[in-house]
Ligand binder design. Structure first.
Ligand SMILES: NC(=O)c1ccc[n+]([C@@H]2O[C@H](COP(=O)([O-])OP(=O)(O)OC[C@H]3O[C@@H](n4cnc5c(N)ncnc54)[C@H](O)[C@@H]3O)[C@@H](O)[C@H]2O)c1
Length: 411
């Protein structure tokens, strides 16, 4: 099966995992990574696949309607997987306009260009590919928009102590708890609170409107927080791993009580692959691993994991003795035994900070057979290891040198 697919935002965190998966898994597809290379786009994330014959990078702004329309025609595009976005909530609070421009106008620009191209085909929304042997192959077009659970707003944290969760997946951590009775379902009403989530919500509405109004084959998915390799270190997990390594303070919003639902990024990429190929047109799918964590608990877990990985738990003989008796009595070590707990610094809470996100992904699991592959404890260890082993990547990003990579590689 031949397909010509544009993946937008492919130089970013999640996009780079999706591009890698598609390029490696589908050698018969042409995969075009379209990215503006903002501060969050880093082509070094894709070094391992950049020479593959089925991969091409195009530097483009998704707001550039003309250029995108031309690209659709030149490459006979039949599929779009749209991840490009401004993605950091804190930045959206400082600069909402950029978020409206990219996330709303950018998405609209892609939709309109795709509509014009796909409607100009002999059979609207079906793209005909000429094969090497002269035969013709028809590909049903598809516009797949990647969104976030943040569009649903915040859930109440009416079980602050945590209760036995009603759901579990492979991703759920050992001591997994639910911190409230409600979950986000595909039917949950949108109620975004930050400029980031408001802009993403707006783009989701436009995508659905293009299906309902023009019959464009669209799909929307809403995923929980992702973690894993290649995430820009302004986001909690890579930022804290790097700070712990360099023994810098760890700024924790409010009391660190906010709850997020975490999924390993490769499990999100696998879900995107399954949904792109088998998802039903006009449907929405929630993606998440049923893995709720209070920020403060996740931070403590990261500290312990980094400290152990760096061999920092080697304490004095007396402290070690205390450790052993603690371990015998309680089965695990208390926080104070880890050297870097003292780095935790509580700072003024983020404006409008949502209390709890928790997503129900039962529909995706039941209808399309997706399930996460990695338990949280394994995933976090793998992630910590990756950032510690790839200090060059981190140094490049934190020094800003990664932005020269494009000039070196593509000019
Ligand atoms: N990170 C998460 O936990 C998470 C969870 C759910 C959904 N999402 C969604 O997944 C998508 C990807 O998120 P991410 O964390 O990988 O983001 P990211 O910030 O790491 O990457 C975004 C990418 O988009 C590119 N980009 C930004 N503006 C552009 C423009 N105008 N034109 C072309 N390219 C542009 C950037 O250069 C970058 O490569 C976003 O749509 C986000 O809303 C993210």
């Amino acid at each position: 099966m031949k397909r010509n697919i544009i993946i937008t935002g492919g130089a970013g965190f999640i996009g780079s995992h999706v591009v890698r998966l598609f390029v490696n898994k589908y050698p018969e597809y042409n995969i075009i990574n379209l990215d503006k290379l903002t501060y969050a786009g880093n082509l070094a994330n894709l070094k391992d696949i950049e020479d593959k014959p089925n991969y091409k990078f195009v530097k483009m702004d998704i707001c550039d309607f003309e250029a995108f329309y031309q690209l659709m025609q030149d490459e006979k595009i039949d599929g779009i997987i749209h991840l490009a976005a401004e993605s950091h909530v804190d930045r959206s609070i400082k600069d909402p306009f950029t978020f409206a421009r990219t996330n709303v106008m950018g998405t609209l620009s892609l939709l309109q260009a795709a509509k014009l191209y796909w409607e100009s085909q002999p059979t609207p929304y079906v793209v005909e590919h000429e094969m090497a042997d002269g035969s013709k192959l028809k590909a049903q077009s598809r516009f797949y928009h990647i969104s976030t659970d943040e569009v649903y707003g915040a859930l109440e944290m009416n079980r602050p102590e945590g209760i036995e969760p009603p759901f579990k997946t492979v991703a759920s951590s050992e001591g997994h708890k639910a911190y409230g009775d409600e979950f986000f379902y595909e039917t949950t009403k949108y109620n975004p609170h930050s400029p980031y989530s408001a802009a993403k919500a707006s783009s989701d509405h436009f995508v659905r409107a293009y299906h309902d109004t023009y019959g464009m084959p669209t799909i929307v998915t809403n995923c929980s927080n992702n973690y894993g390799p290649y995430q820009f270190p302004e986001k909690l997990i890579p930022l804290f791993i790097n700070n712990i390594r360099h023994r810098k303070p760890l700024p924790v919003y409010g009391k660190g009580e906010n709850v997020r639902d975490w999924l390993y990024v490769e499990d999100h990429a696998r879900a995107i692959d399954i949904i792109f190929h088998n998802g039903k047109i006009a449907e929405t799918y929630n993606i998440g691993g049923f893995n709720e964590w209070k920020n403060i608990d996740i931070i403590k877990t990261i500290i312990k994991t980094v400290d152990i990985a760096l061999g920092r738990v080697e304490l004095t003989e007396e402290q070690q003795k205390m450790n052993s008796s603690w371990l015998m009595a309680h089965g695990s070590l208390p926080d104070e035994m880890f050297p870097d707990m003292s780095l935790i610094t509580y700072v003024t809470d983020r404006l409008g900070h949502d209390a709890r996100y928790a997503i129900d992904s039962t529909k995706l699991q039941k209808e399309l057979g997706w399930e996460p592959s990695l338990q949280f404890e394994e995933g976090i260890e793998k992630t910590v290891r990756w950032y510690l082993d790839n200090q060059d990547w981190m140094d490049n990003v934190t020094s800003g040198d990664y932005q020269k990579y494009y000039e070196e590689m593509y000019k």
